[in-house]
Design a protein around this ligand. Structure first.
Ligand code: GRF
Length: 201
């Protein structure tokens, strides 16, 4: 399967995918064909370049409307003909065009146990709420904010001494493994989405 990975930050989830593919290029069942971002000069893009992958950047502020940005992102992604799109720390909500093209083929990873703590601050919000367990969720992207069908979740305990950074680091360790496992499984086995349920044959 062909993967396009979208990033906005450090790209450690992207790196985990690249490493897993490197370890077993045939067995993994997928390869990254391009990496896209919504901003320049991020470590995620550097990781892609180091791996010799083509990259593209679509910045919201370069377009007159959000719709125009969404169309540009859709076309830039579609140019690489992905079977699956992986939103790996991509901090933008995609729009109608993107979903029309890639709905049911776009997975996102979120650093909380959805449906708790959706949005841009999942780790901070869980901590502020006083949750004793949190974790990460890999799910399909739909037209809501972190609302699409859940594929897999990982649990992480909150420690009394945690701050946002420490908790996020422990979540990310679990998250990277989960994302690699899920993407590999989707690519190798195929899947169906039945309502909110993701079914593996
Ligand atoms: C992940 O925890 C992701 O869920 C969150 O941002 C982090 C991205 O990390 N939204 P990285 O860029 O893959 O290192």
């Amino acid at each position: 399967a062909r993967l396009v990975v979208l990033v906005s930050g450090s790209g450690s989830n992207l790196q985990a995918l690249l490493d897993a593919i490197d370890e077993d290029p045939h067995g993994f069942g997928a390869r990254v064909v391009a990496v896209g971002a919504d901003r320049e000069s991020i470590a995620g893009l550097e990781r892609a370049e180091r791996a010799g992958l083509p990259t593209f950047v679509c910045k919201v502020k370069d377009y007159e409307t959000r719709e125009a940005w969404d169309l540009a992102l859709t076309e830039a992604t579609a140019a690489y003909e992905p079977d699956l799109v992986v939103s790996a720390g991509f901090m933008k909500i995609v729009g109608k065009e993107f979903l029309a093209r890639f709905g049911g083929r776009c997975v996102n990873t979120h650093p909380a146990l959805l449906p708790s703590f959706p949005g841009a601050h999942g780790v901070r919000d869980a901590l502020a709420y006083g949750a004793k367990v949190t974790g990460c969720t890999v799910h399909f992207v739909d037209d809501g904010v972190d609302t699409g069908p859940i594929i897999a979740q990982g649990v992480v305990e909150v420690r009394d001494e945690d701050d946002e950074a420490a908790l996020h680091e422990r979540i990310k360790e679990v998250e990277r493994r989960l994302l690699v496992e899920v993407v590999g499984r989707l690519a190798r086995n195929g899947y169906r989405i039945e309502g909110r349920k993701v079914v593996f044959p």
